[in-house]
Design a protein around this ligand. Structure first.
Ligand SMILES: [Zn+2]
Ligand SMILES: [Zn+2]
Length: 229
């Protein structure tokens, strides 16, 4: 253990148990749960989550190339607890860890030399007021820093947009249609747009953003999320 760890003991990014130094971010218990979650099989394609390239049903009819990647399925206690923490607690170490994990997926999805830009769906204003931060924005910023790809505010959120979590699937679709817009001067023309999100649920948000990106002239979309239902 280094002097640094004695002064600032390292804690598990999830449960906050003290851990020994080195590369570890989780305690052994959380590490095992996380690895198991990542290696679990996608219920649609039967591949490990890390290798799953299933595209949400709502994204398929859009006339733009979309590839989708995620870290783990949004099911089970541990997955839900991680996402809950990501949305409710502004925990820098968890945010950084997940950003590194997502950055690896971005590197797989974007060819070197390709003109790409990173963006995200902004959180509802009411939720930002309630929790004090936007988890997707923080994630996207961190991923941009790690991958050295530019971050751009491509999308903005109408004041009327309700928080997606409070809605049914049908309402989500309608709400997503109203909630997001292209920002003035959004520059995605001819580029690959990497959309970073915490959870992809129905695909309504991703579908709306992809349609907007297409309108803005984006060449293709790489959708990277922490968890997917
Ligand atoms: Zn732990
Ligand atoms: Zn799959």
């Amino acid at each position: 253990m280094s002097i640094w760890n004695l002064i600032f003991p390292k804690k598990c990014v999830f449960c906050r148990e003290f851990i020994s130094g080195g590369e570890n971010v989780f305690c052994p218990v959380c590490e095992a749960k996380y690895e198991q979650m990542k290696r679990a099989f996608c219920k649609h394609c039967g591949r490990e989550n890390a290798l799953c390239r299933c595209v949400a049903t709502k994204l398929r009819p859009l006339d733009i190339r979309i590839s989708e990647r995620h870290l783990f399925a949004y099911e089970g206690e541990f997955a839900r607890a991680i996402i809950y923490k990501l949305k409710r607690k502004n925990a820098a170490d968890l945010q950084k860890f997940l950003a590194h994990e997502c950055a690896a997926l971005v590197r797989e999805g974007v060819r070197s030399g390709e003109k790409a830009v990173i963006s995200y769906p902004p959180r509802a204003h009411s939720a930002v007021r309630e929790y004090g931060f936007d988890q997707a924005q923080i994630l996207a910023r961190n991923v941009a820093e790690i991958t050295q790809l530019p971050l751009a505010e491509i999308f903005c959120r109408g004041e009327g947009g309700k928080a997606q979590k409070t809605l049914t699937a049908k309402e989500r679709e309608e709400n997503a249609g109203k909630a997001y817009f292209l920002t003035d001067g959004a520059d995605v023309g001819g580029k690959t747009l990497v959309i970073i999100d915490d959870v992809v649920t129905s695909g309504s948000t991703a579908a709306r953003l992809s349609a907007l990106a297409k309108e803005g002239g984006a060449k293709r979309i790489v959708l990277v999320s922490v968890a997917k239902t």
